[in-house]
Design a protein around this ligand. Structure first.
Ligand SMILES: Cc1ncc(COP(=O)(O)O)c(C=O)c1O
Length: 491
């Protein structure tokens, strides 16, 4: 195999040097490793520097990509730099650039460079953050990071949890713990609002809740769960023989950023003895900002909270988190002492984090959070979160002033919803949907920015999620101006 990064080795047997140096077929010389890693870092930094000048989206259709990429794996290796180039030129660009300053679609995310480097280190050191014996340093760092999160959310010292692949996995683990805490009933049911992220319903299915036990509760005009509807649904279900195991609250609903009535839901769950899980995957880190913390008041009363550092804590994918108010509830359900892992049991203060969730082998996710925060400090993170909140408020005000745009939902945790609806045009909802779809399509193909849409109780809406730390007001304003212009042309 040629790993030199520069092509062949002048006709000599490419294996000879490796064999002479005692290297396996899958090893490289130190020089080749450094050359490859150095080149990769150089290309990654160049990409970050050129990103603002590029489009926030690039992609291709299946046919073209099959032609480009569908092939059998090569029997013999190719020069490493050639392979790297192919990844960088042909594959990696074909994505939504979620870290672009004009990426406002879905939930954008712009990782810090120390976070990116941490993922590289975690792989290079081949850490398996499963147990204390196998990874004591990484386990301690994970405990440290979890303790930071616990304090930010106002949870007591009894709280703990684990880092997960994302918010979806956090919900699965939470529902398993909730079901166990409810005594594993025969006919379990879970409750969430009609605005909850689909991952909540999917998590319920994964833990074995039948479809008829997954209840979507109506929301009010502000897209917040309606408490009366919740109380009614739970009472009806109990009467019909269901045993509610969990109620899910949104702390940043995906369409609008709406926050469910956390205090009321906590009081209801306490009175009804039902587990309260807060899906704060999107909005949880708003707690770093004073206004955000105020809006999230009551979250500390929940039995569990799901978070996504790969969203508003600026970390590369994948890292989510589940915190449970009484951490022992996780180990009660997930810890299984097994013969082959018996050496890993080190006792109190030496937790095996795999005993808290579904994964045994786990990547060292805490390192990226730890390195990012150690490098920049909390003040920088607080400013970055505050900036998203402020820009979205400015966007809301701007839309309110516009004669072409109609504000559909005010800024909530960085999200604003709107549509093109020129004042006095008198267009029907049906026509407006066509107009806005056309605007979205034009934005997608003709503009640098990336915006996505949602449906608000049936109304087609353009949705801006403004949380990337490099996004400026000009990025937001110029995108809104383009939406206005395309809108005026479409009407
Ligand atoms: C509100 C909310 N909850 C849950 C999820 C699922 O999280 P993940 O994609 O990390 O599994 C998302 C993802 O966008 C989300 O926005």
């Amino acid at each position: 195999m040629d790993q030199s990064g520069e092509g062949g080795r002048g006709g000599k047997d490419p294996r000879a040097a490796d064999e002479a140096a005692g290297r396996s077929d899958l090893q490289m010389s130190s020089e080749a490793m450094l050359a490859l890693a150095g080149k990769a870092a150089e290309l990654a930094v160049a990409r970050i520097e050129s990103l603002p000048g590029e489009n926030a989206w690039d992609g291709d259709f299946g046919e073209g990509l099959e032609r480009l990429l569908l092939e059998q794996p090569p029997e013999n290796g190719r020069p490493a730099e050639e392979v790297l180039r192919r990844a960088v030129d042909d594959i990696l660009p074909l994505t939504t650039r979620l870290d672009h300053p004009r990426c406002f679609g879905f939930v954008p995310s712009e990782p810090t460079w120390p976070g990116v480097v941490a993922d590289f280190l975690a792989s290079a050191w081949n850490v398996n953050a499963c147990s204390w014996l196998v990874a004591s340093g990484p386990s301690q760092v994970e405990l440290v990071v979890l303790d930071w999160f616990r304090r930010w959310l106002g949870y007591p010292e009894s709280a703990g949890g684990l880092l997960t692949s994302g918010g979806s996995a956090a919900s699965v683990d939470a529902f398993v713990a909730a079901r166990e805490a409810a005594g594993n009933p025969q006919r379990p049911s879970v409750y969430m609002s009609d605005q909850s992220h689909s991952s909540q319903a999917r998590a319920a299915v994964i833990v074995g809740i039948r479809r008829e036990g997954i209840r979507m509760v109506a929301t009010d005009g502000d897209y917040r769960l309606d408490m009366k509807a919740l109380a009614r649904t739970v009472a009806e279900d109990r009467a019909a023989g269901f045993q509610p195991i969990a109620i899910c609250a949104n702390a940043g609903a995906p369409s609008t950023g709406a926050i469910d009535p956390l205090q009321e839901m906590a009081a209801f769950c306490e009175a009804e003895d039902i587990w309260l899980h807060v899906d704060a995957a999107y909005g949880g880190f708003a707690a770093l900002n004073r206004d955000g913390a105020r809006l999230l008041a009551g979250i500390e009363r929940a039995d569990s909270i799901g978070l996504d550092p790969h969203k508003w804590l600026f970390q590369p994918y994948e890292v989510g988190c589940l915190l449970v108010k009484d951490a022992s509830k996780l180990e009660d359900v997930f810890a299984f002492g097994t013969t082959v892992l018996q050496d890993t049991i080190w006792g109190a203060n030496h937790p095996n984090i795999n005993d808290r969730g579904l994964q045994l082998s786990r990547s060292f996710r805490a390192l990226k959070i730890w390195m990012s925060i150690q490098t920049f400090g909390m003040s920088a993170f607080r400013r970055a979160v505050s900036k998203g909140m402020e820009l979205s408020k400015r966007a809301e005000a701007w839309v309110q002033e516009s004669r072409t745009l109609e504000l559909l939902t005010p800024a909530s945790l960085g999200i604003v919803c709107m549509r093109v609806n020129p004042a006095g045009a008198g267009l029907t909802d049906e026509t407006l949907e066509d107009v806005n779809r056309e605007v979205l399509a034009r934005l997608f193909w003709d503009d640098q920015a990336f915006v996505s849409s949602t449906s608000l109780h049936g109304t087609f809406s353009l949705r801006l999620c403004i949380i990337n730390h490099s996004t400026s007001w000009d990025d937001v304003r110029e995108t809104l101006e383009v939406v206005e212009r395309f809108g005026e042309e479409a009407v």
